[in-house]
Design a protein. Structure first.
Length: 336
């Protein structure tokens, strides 16, 4: 039986953090064994965030992101790992899909509303971002998209865009399904548990995120200063967002059930919980950090991995794009 195809991407917008790992990258690594896996570093998406788009930073961030992904266990011998802008079909299909996507669908996206809130002027790219994301996924006819739950709405939009295209022009795409962590893991910022842990926020707020390759001291410092509440000990009957976030990190990294974790920490002081979380995070991330340091020391090899990934991705993407061009009347095709 043919293996199902998995596609996902990550933006090189800052240091990759524990939320990215728990919500997405750990799923990516797990799917490689029995799926056809394709992963991209979404540098074109990063251009929608002005601070991330500074040219001098972007190339370095792309390399750093690739090195962290490989250190986390993405195996370039099994999975295709490439940089989005190295495969021109992504932007080409995005334009074609934008011509069939109503603006109202994009204005309803929660991420667009959050990111544009309070801004005087918003780039067209921020609004059109989910169309490019739909193109990323649909180009590879992916069956499954492993993502954090914040991206679920964009996968639903991808399906809507594909369905609309099929109605207007004919069948070509596979309708993808999101693949989420069973517990729908969303990791919140340590300095503000009302907002999700985010790469870009982590760039300016030192104790916001746990970087996947942060040194142990920095991890312990961030966890021990994590915002909790005015109480002193864990009381599951009145959970606050900060304590819930720490319990959840512990639960997901230890692989234990939430009831067992609650029982373990019930009635114990917040300092005990924080120390246990810090120890577990450091133990989990230390092998990743060591591998990262080795990989980052050989940038030539990393570039070769990304070049080869793009070589493997291009023909797959071009085959879908050719068919779309034919259906839209831009190229001669079998139906002419
Ligand atoms: N806090 C989170 N908890 C669980 N999953 C998360 N993801 C992101 N944050 C969390 C998942 O990580 C994948 C890659 O994310 P992305 O780079 O495409 O963009 P994002 O969702 O916008 O991630 P960030 O870290 O918040 O970056 P910035 O600050 O640049 O926006 C996605 O699958 C996402 O769900």
């Amino acid at each position: 039986m043919a293996r199902r195809r998995v596609f996902s991407g990550i933006q090189p917008t800052g240091k990759l953090h524990l939320g990215n790992y728990i919500g997405a990258i750990s799923l990516w690594v797990a799917t490689q064994a029995d799926h056809e896996a394709i992963f991209c570093i979404a540098d074109l998406h990063a251009l929608t965030i002005p601070e991330a788009a500074r040219a001098a930073h972007l190339r370095a961030k792309v390399r750093e992101t690739a090195a962290v992904l490989v250190a986390c266990g993405i195996d370039p011998a099994r999975a295709i790992l490439f940089v989005q802008s190295h495969v021109p079909a992504h932007t080409q299909l995005a334009w074609l899909l934008s011509c069939v996507t109503p603006v109202g669908w994009l204005e309803r996206m929660i991420q667009f509303k959050t990111r544009s809130a309070g801004l005087e002027s918003v780039g067209t790219g921020l609004l059109a971002y989910p169309v490019l994301q739909a193109a990323d996924i649909l180009l590879y006819r992916a069956d499954l998209v492993p993502v954090g739950e914040d991206q679920q709405q964009h996968i639903e939009l991808t399906r809507d865009v594909a369905r609309r295209f099929h109605t207007l022009f004919g069948q070509v795409f596979t309708l993808p399904e999101p693949m989420l962590q069973p517990s729908g893991a969303r990791i919140m910022g340590l300095d503000d548990p009302s907002t999700k842990m985010s790469k870009s926020r982590g760039e300016t707020r030192p104790r916001h995120a746990i970087g996947l390759v942060d040194p142990p001291d920095a991890i312990r410092d961030a966890v021990m200063h994590a915002v909790t509440d005015s109480g002193r000990e864990v009381r599951p009957e009145r959970p606050s967002p900060g304590v819930t976030n720490l319990l959840r990190i512990y639960e997901l990294l230890s692989g234990r059930r939430s009831e067992a974790v609650q029982l373990e920490f019930m009635g114990k002081g917040y300092a005990v919980l924080k120390r246990a979380v810090a120890d577990l995070v450091v133990t989990t991330l230390e092998p990743i950090r060591r591998r990262y340091l080795d990989i980052a020391a050989e940038p030539g090899r990393l570039d070769a991995v990304l070049d080869e990934g793009a070589e493997r991705a291009r023909p797959l993407a071009d085959a879908t794009l050719d068919r779309v061009n034919q259906l839209m009347g831009l190229e001669e095709g079998t139906q002419d």
